[in-house]
Design a protein around this ligand. Structure first.
Ligand code: AMP
Length: 148
């Protein structure tokens, strides 16, 4: 499956949204869900996905849904920067397998970057679950404290 095709309701993000697969959730509202990438390219690699959309990529997503995903990504980027103090942040969104897309439910990557640290290859080595849990707890605490 690539740039064109039917939305597959069995893709891993659809399973996560339906609660049929686990995730390290850091944030959820009526429109979006955000969770840690389990094959992170860097510490604090977060994915933001729209909840209602059955959209595979930027070609078939409703612009209003895209806007909500991106504004959530901006809010969460600010929180990641506050908590992890990276030197830079990469925002990435891939469309179609030749562009690097592997999960066909539209999403945006937030990838903190540090001087002198090369990112891991896209979608490779699985993170240590204990590290992911610790990071999840830190980010949830910061998000909750900023919501108060
Ligand atoms: P993309 O290649 O842009 O489609 O991004 C998909 C991302 O989802 C990759 O960075 C994967 O590491 C990540 N990923 C795949 N399965 C899971 C999962 N179960 N939980 C969290 N992240 C995942």
């Amino acid at each position: 499956m690539s740039l064109y095709g039917q939305y597959d309701p069995q893709n891993i993000f659809a399973l996560i949204l339906r609660g049929e697969a686990p995730c390290y959730k850091i944030y959820e509202d009526a429109d979006v869900l955000a969770f840690l990438d389990i094959f992170p390219q860097s510490r604090g690699h977060v994915l933001v996905i729209p909840k209602a959309a059955q959209a595979r990529n930027i070609l078939d997503v409703d612009p209003a849904v895209l806007g909500k995903m991106m504004s959530a990504a901006q809010r969460l980027t600010r929180i990641l920067v506050d908590e992890l103090q990276p030197d830079g942040v990469q925002i990435a969104q891939f469309n179609g397998a030749p562009a690097g897309q592997t999960v066909f439910h539209i999403h945006v990557h937030i990838i903190p970057r540090w001087n002198g640290e090369a990112p891991e290859a896209h979608g490779r080595g699985k993170a240590d679950p204990q590290e992911l849990e610790a990071l999840q707890a830190r980010l949830v605490e910061r998000i909750d404290s900023q919501a108060e």
